[in-house]
Structures are given as C-alpha cells and as structure tokens.
Design a protein around this ligand. Structure first.
Ligand SMILES: [Zn+2]
Length: 408
C-alpha cells in the first residue's frame, strides 16, 4: 500500500502509473488501428513525440511491438510504421458444454490458430476440465508462448471467476481458475459464455459500431449480453442479462429453472419441440421443423412465428428498460432466422416507445459459432493489455476496461 504521507514514494508511484497509462494508450491505438507511424500515434494519444519515442523503443525491445515497413511520406522522410507483434504471445480459449469441451489457440490479435473438441461420456466434472485444459496448454506451450487462458461457461460467474451455479453442468461453487493458475502460472479469466460471445461481437463483429447494445442468443437456451457505454455490464453477481428467465406469462409452461412462463420456456428449442408435440408432428425435432418450414409448411412457419413473437416481447421489455442503439441476434437458432425474425421485429418495433423504436437496429450477429471461442480468448487478451504490462505473469490485472473503451 502507498504511504500517502511519503511524498518521494508517491512521486515514484505516480510516474510509474503515468508511464503505464501512456504505454497502454499506445498499445490500444496499435491494437485498434494496426500499422501506425509514431507521428500518428502522437496525434491519436495526445502524447508528445518524445514520450512516444521513449515508450515505443521499450516496446520494440520487448518484442511486443515490431517495426513493419514504411508509410507514405508527407513531405520529408518516409515514416517507419509499427504494429503489435501478434506472435508475441498466445492465448487459449475454452468453451465448456454439457458433454464436450472446445479448446483453441489464438494469437494476440485473436486470430484462430487451432481448435479441438473433446467429448465426455456425460457431464464432465470440474477436475476433468482442469486436467484437459492443463494438457492442452502444455501441448501448445511447447511451440507457442501461452500467456493466458479464457473460459466461457453457461451460468453465474463471479467477478473473480468462481462458477456460482451452472444449471447445464449442474456445477455449484466451482473454482476452475485457482488450480489452473497454481499449476500453470498464467492468468485464467472466466466469464459467462453469452458475455464472452457479446465481447467477440463487440470487438470484431456486428457490435463494432455501437456503444450501447444487447446481444441476444437463442438456441437451447435464451441469454443476453448487455453493453453499456462500450463496456460489458455484468451485474453484482455476474448474472446480468439472464433475459431467458424473465417472466413473460406466469401461467405459462414450466421452465428448466423451475419457474413458470419464463421467456426461455416460450422461445428456446424446447419451446419449439413442445409446440411440435402439441400440433401433432410425428417427428418432434428442431431440425425437422426447420426443414418443414423451408419446404413451406404453414404450421411449421406458424410455430417459428410464435417463437419470434415471444422473443420479441422479452426483447421489447429490455429495450424499454435500457434504450440500446441495437439488438444483435445470435446463437444456434439463427439458422432459422428468416422464419422468426419478422414476427420478432414486429413485436419489438411496433410496440416499443416510438422514439426508441425509430432508431433501434435489429441485426444478425456476424461471427457465427466461432464467436463463443473468440470471446473466451478475448478475456485474457484484454487482461494482458490492461495495466500494468510488465507485471503480466504475476497475477490478474484489476482494471478490465476494454481496449476499445480507452480510445473512443
Ligand atoms: Zn426460467
């Protein structure tokens, strides 16, 4: 702790802090813009040329930044361009599912290098998952410098990465991060999988141009990520965005959570299957319903339209609460988007407050399935570029502001 009555100490600390902030401003601009000259870096960050030269020299020496050729001359000598060295370090992204685990390797700019799927007989225990991740990281680390791990898992996750409760895995109070950090000595970041998905869309997909947006995923469940002023909103226990368990109809069908009439029970895959059973379909599977709808079956299309209407109602409530610029729609069931988006849009746009609805954009997520793993990988990348850069291997950074948030 800093002794406030000790001015010499304080000065050292504030100099170091300033240097770290400046370093971060520079790496953030490089991350977002790619190749940039030192003069342009000075313009973008507001720092002096001397500070830029000084800090970039250190970054080049550390190999985190590299010189990548020359830019256009503006009269004098052609400027040298610098950029983040994507191969400085690598991160492992993990998504834990009911009976399989996806592991992947990404470079520092979140380009996918490798992806693997490991199946389990039944639901894996947290010890199984820790063992698998350790094996994968050690394999990768023989060829790549792995600097962090990111894990996406469905459920309630605390800020410190403890999994309070995951209904899909039936896990309660599981700490994956601690054993992994103890054994591997690299930071491990864990978040709700829909939050990770939302981060990926926000950094590289359909959310890039918005500061306030919702990302709603629909498939086996219904979830949402909430981005407010460029930052993901997690809520006090990481449970923000559990839109699937907001009540749409107290007399409605039973939800997996034990309550009645949740949005999820009225708009997820099991809603579709239940509706098929009610309507007397002989084979009640979502895939069949999509095929029937594609072939023009009126009843199949009607079921999707009901789902869109219900999902629209749930989204409308969130839109009227948060007034976002956009709603991104993602998740597995986007493969049937053409059949449920019209009724969804009608519900949201025609029944929200007119002044909000006029500007609201409803768009499809852009990254597809890979957003789940990209989002998991972004967690340690974001952490890596947080302060202080030189303390990376010593533990987690406390400042989790997104890279994007710093420059905009
Ligand atoms: Zn529920």
């Amino acid at each position: 702790m800093v002794e406030l009555s000790h001015p010499d100490n304080l000065e050292t600390v504030s100099r170091e802090l300033m240097r770290n902030l400046n370093t971060r401003a520079i790496t953030t601009v490089l991350f977002n813009r790619g190749k940039t000259s030192r003069a342009e870096l000075a313009r973008q960050t507001g720092l002096t040329q001397a500070t830029i030269s000084n800090i970039t020299a250190k970054l080049v020496e550390s190999r985190l930044v590299e010189e990548v050729g020359e830019g256009q001359s503006t009269g004098g000598r052609k400027p040298t361009l610098i950029n983040i060295n994507n191969n400085y370090g690598y991160v492992v992204g993990v998504k834990i599912e009911k009976n399989f685990v996806l592991t992947s390797l990404f470079d520092l700019r979140v380009n996918l290098i490798d992806r693997r799927e490991t199946r389990f007989d039944g639901v894996p225990s947290s010890e199984d998952v820790v063992e698998l991740i350790e094996d994968e990281v050690l394999k990768y680390d023989s060829n790549y410098n792995v600097i962090g791990i990111g894990i996406g898992v469905s459920g309630l996750i605390s800020d410190s990465g403890e999994i309070f409760y995951s209904p899909i895995l039936n896990w309660k109070s599981q700490k994956l991060g601690e054993p992994l950090e103890d054994d591997l000595a690299i930071p491990v970041l864990i978040d709700n999988d829909v939050n990770a998905f939302t981060l990926a869309e926000g950094w590289f997909g359909a959310g890039k141009d918005f500061r306030d947006f919702l990302c709603v995923t629909v498939g086996e469940g219904v979830g949402a990520g909430i981005v407010i002023n460029g930052s993901l909103y997690r809520g006090s226990l990481g449970g923000a965005g559990e839109i699937g368990h907001t009540t749409l109809d107290p007399d409605g069908p039973r939800c997996r959570c034990g309550e009645s009439g949740c949005l999820e029970a009225l708009a997820s895959d099991y809603f579709l299957v239940n509706e098929m059973e009610k309507e007397g379909f002989s084979e009640c599977q979502v895939g069949t319903l999509i095929e029937e709808a594609q072939q023009g079956d009126k009843l199949a299309r009607e079921i999707f339209s009901r789902m869109g209407h219900n999902l629209g109602l749930g989204i409308k409530n969130l839109v009227n609460t948060l007034n976002p610029e956009a709603v991104l729609l993602g998740g597995e069931r986007l493969d049937a988007a053409e059949f449920f988006i019209p009724s969804l849009k009608e519900e949201v746009l025609n029944h929200s407050f007119p002044q909000e609805a006029r500007k609201l954009e409803i768009v499809a997520a852009q990254l597809g399935k890979k957003a789940w793993l990209m989002g998991a990988a972004i967690l340690p990348v974001r952490d890596f570029f947080s302060l202080p850069l030189h303390k990376r291997r010593e533990g987690k950074a406390e400042d989790n502001t997104s890279l994007k948030g710093l420059v905009k």
